[in-house]
Structure formats: C-alpha cells, structure tokens
Design a protein. Structure first.
Length: 84
C-alpha cells in the first residue's frame, strides 16, 4: 500500500532552494519510500517519532504516521546543517 507524502511550508522552501538534480533525487527517494518502504532511513536519537532519510549530501527530516499511512516532511537540509 502506498503512503501519502505531506510537506511542511519550511520543507517546501528548502526544496525550492535546491538545484534541479538534487531536488529530483530527493523526490525519487521519498517516492521510493512511499511506494516500497525501502530507503536509507534512521530514527533520530532522542526522538520517538522523527526520522532521517539520507539522500547523498542531503538529509530529509520526517515523521511516519503508520495509521494514516502518511510521511510528513519537515526539513530538507544539507548534512552539515541538518542536525543543528
């Protein structure tokens, strides 16, 4: 079953700032996660419900809601800035 992807305003602004190829890679990785559940996904330490999706040098911070089958994207940041 396919999951729905929900974007925060902040994440949408982050995506606008990416170059085209990086934006496409992030979108493909999220689509793959939504359709197959396969991704370089890791739960963030100190948080029970926030996850990190690694896409090259970019990190997507998100939350998974299994009951609603929704992926909520909070931020898309470069790895040097993602955890500040």
């Amino acid at each position: 079953m396919i999951w729905r992807i929900s974007w925060s305003q902040r994440a949408l602004r982050d995506m606008e700032r990416l170059d085209r190829s990086s934006r496409e890679r992030v979108l493909r990785a999220l689509d793959r996660l939504a359709q197959t559940g396969q991704a370089d996904l890791k739960r963030l330490r100190g948080s029970s419900d926030e996850w990190r999706l690694r896409v090259g040098d970019w990190r997507v911070r998100l939350e998974l809601d299994p009951r609603a089958r929704t992926i909520r994207v909070f931020r898309v940041r470069h790895r040097r800035e993602a955890y500040r």
